[in-house]
Design a protein around this ligand. Structure first.
Ligand code: HEC
Ligand code: HEC
Length: 228
């Protein structure tokens, strides 16, 4: 039994290494991780098992937004999130016990590298689509500088990609930022707290529809309608 498991694990790692090098040459905007050569992807794959319980075996999270997609997220973003949850800067009581179990910085780097190399889920759960012009305008005006014109985020600045992230998750986070005030989002701009709920819905619906680096053939979009 343990043999079979180890074998399939290394096959996954080999497959991911192949995909990882393909997508980094295809997308071009991810600065190479200077630590990449020192990451142990097999160790990362074993650690991933404890994340898969919630984030899904394929790292696609849940369309209802309870668990975000993380497969293919920038390693730097994953490392930052884990550090923030461990230190209490970001409150996530559900996930906290699971990341406290990671032994050290090395484990965090290994699991982050493994997740970053996983292929992204190409099915995009988007919002109702009833005010995309407004969403586009707000996004370009206030969010694109950091989150990217195509929603690709910024690995060097630890900004997550939002293209094809679950709309329900994005909206939930944006509403949190808006109600917790400025300190919740890493920037004092944009003033999310001053936006009304229709504006938050519009901007997040637009972001979820962006298609940075999703698949060569473009993303399949599954409309799930308006989340409460
Ligand atoms: C018990 C469930 C659970 C487990 C296990 C879990 N997570 Fe999470 N994770 C969550 C939830 C819930 C959120 C969203 C929290 C929020 O909305 O603030 C989240 C958010 C995240 C985020 C932030 C994503 C983003 O785009 O900001 C990252 C990165 C992440 N998890 C990585 C991991 C890793 C790595 C592991 C394994 C070591 C893990 N999680 C294990 C529940 C879990
Ligand atoms: C100055 C840079 C900057 C700008 C401008 C910015 N963000 Fe962010 N945003 C970040 C960073 C960095 C994070 C990750 C930090 C964190 O979650 O703790 C983030 C995280 C988020 C998240 C959580 C996504 C996830 O995957 O967890 C949402 C939602 C979000 N931003 C919405 C917005 C919206 C909407 C705008 C425009 C109105 C915006 N941001 C503008 C830097 C920025």
């Amino acid at each position: 039994m343990p043999h079979r498991r180890r074998r399939s694990c290394s096959l996954v790692v080999i497959a991911l290494l192949a995909i990882g090098s393909f997508s980094s040459s295809a997308s071009g905007d991810d600065a190479p991780d200077p630590q990449a050569g020192t990451r142990d992807l097999e160790a990362g794959a074993r650690l991933w098992e404890r994340c898969a319980v919630c984030h899904g075996a394929d790292g696609a999270g849940r369309p209802d937004g309870t668990f975000p997609k993380i497969a293919g997220q920038h390693a730097s973003v994953i490392e930052r999130q884990i550090a923030a949850i461990r230190s209490g800067d970001r409150s996530n009581p559900v996930m906290k016990p699971h990341v406290e179990g990671l032994a050290d910085v090395r484990d965090v780097g290994d699991v982050a590298a493994f997740i970053a190399a996983m292929p992204r889920d190409p099915v995009c759960q988007v919002g109702p689509g009833d005010d995309l012009d407004l969403g586009d305008r707000l996004y370009r005006g206030s969010c694109a500088t950091c989150h990217g014109e195509a929603g690709q985020g910024d690995a060097a600045e630890q900004v997550p990609w939002m293209a094809c992230q679950h709309y329900a998750y994005l909206l939930r986070r944006a509403r949190q930022f808006a109600s917790f005030g400025r300190s919740a989002h890493p920037t004092t701009e944009p003033p999310l707290a001053e936006w009304n709920d229709a504006e938050l819905r519009a901007v997040m619906d637009h972001a979820a529809r962006l298609s940075a680096e999703v698949t060569a053939g473009g993303a399949e979009r599954t409309k799930i309608g308006e989340a409460r």
